[in-house]
Ligand binder design. Structure first.
Ligand SMILES: [Cu+2]
Length: 152
């Protein structure tokens, strides 16, 4: 029993990157970055560009991160009064051949309830979860608190 259970788990893990025809297969992640945090009382944020090199749409539905007790996809904007706003982005669909950027002032990975400070020069793993069940783990470099874009 134990042996077959283990086999099932292993097969399940191996199946993720090989899910034939899944929209997330063609996703390429570029230039992930984050900013150092002051302690853990304020949320962290991560940015990156997601390009769909495949021929079917891929939908990003969520995030997982050990560094955060509550990682969420957010969208920043400006309301009618000119005040900056931020709200859960919901599912993000990336059409084939297109790039969706998580960048300051727009979509971002909000890392609430940090479990450890984000320290400049370090990296942390952030997992992107797609509608088809696939997951892509991204190693995110932590830049200076004043960083405005990915490292050159
Ligand atoms: Cu946010």
């Amino acid at each position: 029993m134990i042996r077959s259970f283990r086999f099932t788990v292993l097969a399940g893990l191996l199946a993720f990157p090989m899910a034939a025809g899944a929209g997330s297969d063609g996703i390429v992640v570029d230039a992930p970055w984050s900013r150092a945090s002051i302690g853990t009382s304020r949320p962290g944020v991560a940015y990156m560009a997601l390009t769909n090199t495949g021929d079917s749409a891929a939908t990003l539905t969520g995030l997982k991160a050990k560094i955060s007790g509550m990682p969420e996809l957010h969208r920043s904007g400006t309301n009618a009064d000119g005040v900056s706003t931020m709200e859960p982005a919901g599912d993000i669909t990336i059409p084939p051949g297109e790039t969706v950027s998580l960048e300051p002032g727009g979509l971002h990975a909000m890392l609430m309830r940090l479990t450890a400070p984000l320290e400049e020069g370090q990296t942390f793993p952030l997992t992107l979860v797609f509608e088809d069940g696939a997951e892509i783990e991204v190693e995110v470099p932590i830049l200076a608190p004043t960083a405005r874009g990915p490292a050159e």
